[in-house]
Design a protein around this ligand. Structure first.
Ligand SMILES: [Zn+2]
Ligand SMILES: [Zn+2]
Length: 170
């Protein structure tokens, strides 16, 4: 995540019915080694770039939002192409649909984003060897200890916005 703030990238599903553009540097990029991500990807881990949902601009198609169980029990929403069903991002955690966890493998140039942090390494496949010095956590971590100052500011802006919309709704 050494890109400039003008980071721009496009991606989409396999059949190209869904296309999107990222318009900002990700808040952080997670490599998640949890069993749930292993099952959902059919692979060893999931690579997710977290961005404000407003920075994920749809260029074509309209992802279908599929409620899916999650490890926390709170569930997640996986956005899938309605035609080929490839997952392009999901929403979960306290920030809900304000943050999108974009599947890095769906970018046209996925090599541009590498993990900032490895999580749930307690269930990492034994043959996956992390680079020396990689930040890694057995389970999850505290954002305040891992995210950059700029990303924490962006997170706070989202939280304020969420509070504002909750109070106008009630
Ligand atoms: Zn598709
Ligand atoms: Zn996971």
């Amino acid at each position: 995540m050494t890109e400039s703030p003008e980071f721009l990238a496009e991606g989409g599903c396999t059949c190209r019915a869904v296309r999107y553009r990222l318009t900002r540097t990700p808040l952080i990029v997670h490599c998640c080694h949890c069993r749930w991500c292993q099952r959902e990807t059919g692979s060893a881990f999931a690579l997710n770039a977290l961005l404000e949902s407003q920075e994920v601009v749809l260029l074509a198609g309209r992802p279908e939002l599929v409620p899916t169980p999650s490890a926390s029990g709170k569930g997640q929403i996986i956005a899938r192409c309605p035609v080929c069903r490839v997952a392009v991002w999901s929403h979960y955690g306290g920030l809900g649909d304000l943050v999108s966890f974009v599947r890095v493998g769906t970018l046209d140039e996925p090599d541009r984003l590498r993990p900032d942090v490895h999580i749930y390494t307690e269930s990492k496949q034994p043959w996956v060897v992390l680079p020396a010095g990689a930040r890694a956590f057995d389970q999850y971590y505290k954002s305040g200890e891992v995210w950059s100052a700029a990303s924490l500011q962006r997170r706070q802006a989202l939280l304020n916005k969420n509070l504002a919309s909750t109070s106008t709704r009630s």
